[in-house]
Ligand binder design. Structure first.
Ligand code: PRP
Length: 216
């Protein structure tokens, strides 16, 4: 029997995902050592292999088949646009992708203004403004602390993740429009889904019985 390989977005999401997988009997003792700097972990008995990757790389590993299964946020999946099957909503890491800015920027979202939009998610921002709102905008890619952009005059608005809203509030910004709901998803390589359909369907079935949502 060959290994089924999982790529997990490292950090809090990977830890929570492993707790959920554990409920279905998919365990990995060596991953529980919080001090370890290892990136790859194995459960020899069950023939599962797990590796921790940067979130934005998880869809790439899965599309190319270096991992059979990935667990990553929907934000990353939408931004990366890889060819994969999205099979299960783990219901963790729930938040929203939003257009945010100062209240005064609300009137600039009417579809006619050529505004600047800063985001860590240029593809999501572009899709929303061009295909949903039909507003021509200039997208500026940033890598973090995006809330700074409208404060220091780099852009009029941002497209970013809002979880508690604290970062916005503490910086005098607010949600102007909601783009979409986000949460952690399980994705599967398209070939693995056929070649290992028995073992992978079994994992999805077990997850489904614990609740959460299967994505058809
Ligand atoms: C994320 C996001 C917001 C913040 C939202 O940033 O980009 O800045 O969390 O959370 P809140 O609504 O609960 O305040 P992250 O912590 O990943 O840092 P980064 O922006 O530097 O990437």
């Amino acid at each position: 029997m060959r290994y089924i390989t999982f790529a997990l977005a490292k950090g809090r999401l990977a830890r929570k995902a492993m707790e959920i997988l554990e409920e279905t009997g998919i365990t990995c003792e060596e991953m529980k050592d919080e001090k370890t700097r290892k990136l790859i972990f194995v459960n020899e008995e069950l023939k599962f292999r797990f590796f921790l990757a940067k979130a934005s790389d998880v869809p790439t590993y899965v599309e190319y088949g270096a991992a059979d299964i990935g667990i990553v946020g929907r934000d990353t999946l939408l931004e990366e646009g890889r060819k994969l099957y999205e099979v299960y909503d783990l219901g963790i890491g729930k938040c929203k992708m939003c257009v945010c800015g100062p209240e005064s920027a609300k009137s600039l979202l009417n579809g006619h203004e050529l505004i600047r939009v800063a985001s860590k998610y240029p593809n999501i921002a572009k899709d929303y403004f061009y295909n949903v709102k039909h507003q021509t905008v200039e997208i500026i890619k940033l890598n973090g602390s995006v809330e700074l952009a409208p404060i220091v005059g780099l852009s009029e608005v941002i497209v970013d993740i809002v979880e508690t809203g604290a970062t916005l509030r503490e910086n005098g910004l607010q949600v102007l429009e909601e783009v979409c709901d986000l949460s952690a998803r399980m994705v599967v390589n398209q070939v693995s889904m056929k070649m290992e359909s028995g073992r992978i369907s079994d994992i999805i079935d077990k997850l489904r019985t614990r609740g959460g949502k299967e994505i058809k």
